[in-house]
Design a protein around this ligand. Structure first.
Ligand code: C5P
Length: 240
């Protein structure tokens, strides 16, 4: 089986790693960012930190020249999504997630117009299997079919990329084409704890499977030496 090639240039290799600041306070996040120093260039802020001062902290990171991925998984009526995305674009964030519903994706693409913000779509949450979709009223569609349908819609609506697990990256790549982004969580450096992640791959495997960026949180923010953890992952990415 031939895997997609995914050339990585030396200059931007640190940007391949997005460090998930899954932490309860800005103080803890700031301390981790300081310890990582120039080894880390790209940070993800999700619900936990966003609703605990994380938006101001995002501004602070951007002011320091770091890139920020706001993992807000937006979904609302079109006007609300469009205006919310416009605010995120003004903040200077690099990536923002939305749920992959057509109205929402269309509104998000309109809201980011004229900015450098990239919209990433979450097709089907990885915690949902076919039974969960049935329970939510989606039958008869499998999670795999819904991922494919929504990835195709994301591509057609001009969304910049898809968040998916590494084992799905090859299929998603075939649906969205070579120019859109694949961003992949569920990464574990060899020898670290899986935690609640079920389908894990190493950083090098994630890149080889077609991911443009990897999201890693606990193996870095819980490490005794977060900077060393980041450097080891970036080295592994360089070897992909
Ligand atoms: O600690 P860990 O490296 O498992 O964190 C992965 C990050 O990616 C978390 O912020 C998590 O919310 C996010 N994520 C995920 N699986 C998805 C989508 C997002 O783990 N399917």
């Amino acid at each position: 089986m031939s895997l997609p090639t995914n050339p990585v240039s030396e200059g931007d290799i640190r940007d391949k790693l997005i460090i998930g600041l899954d932490l309860p306070s800005v103080e803890e996040a700031r301390s981790i960012v300081e310890r990582i120093g120039d080894a880390g260039t790209f940070y993800k802020i999700g619900y936990q930190l966003a609703y605990a001062g994380g938006f101001e902290f995002a501004r602070e990171l951007i002011g320091q020249g770091k890139k920020v991925f706001l993992d807000l998984k937006l979904h609302d009526i079109g006007n609300t999504v469009e205006e919310g995305v416009r605010s995120v674009a003004r903040l200077g964030a690099t990536f923002l997630t939305v749920h992959a519903y057509p109205q929402t994706m269309r509104a998000a693409v309109a809201g980011k117009a004229g900015s450098s913000l990239k919209i990433l779509a979450v097709t089907v949450l990885t915690s949902y299997d076919d039974n969960d979709l049935t329970e939510a009223g989606y039958a008869p569609v499998s999670a795999a079919d819904l991922v494919a349908r929504r990835a195709g819609q994301a591509r057609d609506l001009g969304v910049d990329g898809i968040v998916c697990a590494a084992p799905e990256a090859e299929r998603v790549r075939s649906l969205i084409g070579p120019d859109r982004l694949i961003v992949t969580p569920g990464i574990r450096p060899a020898g670290t704890e899986a935690g609640d992640q079920k389908r894990i791959v190493t950083p090098a495997e994630g890149i080889r499977l077609g991911a443009n960026h990897l999201v890693v949180a606990r193996p870095i923010v819980k490490a005794a030496d977060p900077r060393a953890a980041v450097e080891a992952i970036v080295r592994d990415i360089a070897n992909a």
